[in-house]
Write a protein that binds this ligand. Sequence first.
Ligand SMILES: [Zn+2]
Length: 222
Amino acid sequence: MSTVFNGKYWSIQRFISGFSNNAFLITCARSGSSVIIDTPANPFELIQAATNSNVEAILITHGHRDHVEGFYDVSESFTVPTGIGSGDRNSLPASAPVNIDVSTDAIIVIGNISLQAMATPGHTRGSTCYLLESNDSEAAGEEAHVFTGDTLFPGGPGKSSSPEALRQILESLEKHIFPLPESTVVLPGHGEFTTIGDSQKEYAMFSAKPLDPNLYGDVTWG
Ligand SMILES: [Zn+2]
C-alpha cells in the first residue's frame, strides 16, 4: 500500500495486487467517507485499509477479469452500492448491488468529494473513467485526478481488440480525457501515473501522422 496523494480535500492510497493491478482507496478528508476504485484479486490490504474509513461505494473502471477478480471479497466486507459501465455489467455477479449510474456526466457524491463518470468505450464496451473533484467551490484549482482504468496509460491507450476498437478508444480520449486541465494526474489500472499535459503532447505527435487503418492491439503514441 502506498499513499499517492494526501491533500486538503482527499487522500488516495494505491494497492497493487492481482495482475499488477492498481486498486485505489479515495478518502474524503473532511467526512472520512471513501470510495474504492477496482477490485483485483487478493484485495486484503485494500480491505484492511478501507476498514478505517466509511466506504460508501465501489466503482469499477471496466469488467476485465483482473479488475474484478476480488469483487466478491471486497463486497463481502463492504455491502455498498456499486457502479460499472452497463456494457461490462455481466462481469460482476448478478447478485451484486449494481445501482450507481456511471453514464457520462453522472456525479457520484462521497462525503465532500465527487466523482464524475465518463463513458469511454474502446478497451471494453463498458470502460468508464472517473474524474475526482471537490464539492467545495473554494477547491477550484486544487490538484485533480482522473482514474482511467485500461483506457489511458503513460505512452499510449489501453489494448484494443480491433481497428474499430482503437478508433473508439481514441474518440473516447479526445472527447472526455484530453480536454481535462493539463495538471490533472492520470491514475491508470496498471503501472505508474502520468498527467493530462504529458499525454496531450504524446498524442499530438501520434495524431499528426495518418492513422494506419489496420492498427490495433498494444498501440503506443511514439
Ligand atoms: Zn482491461
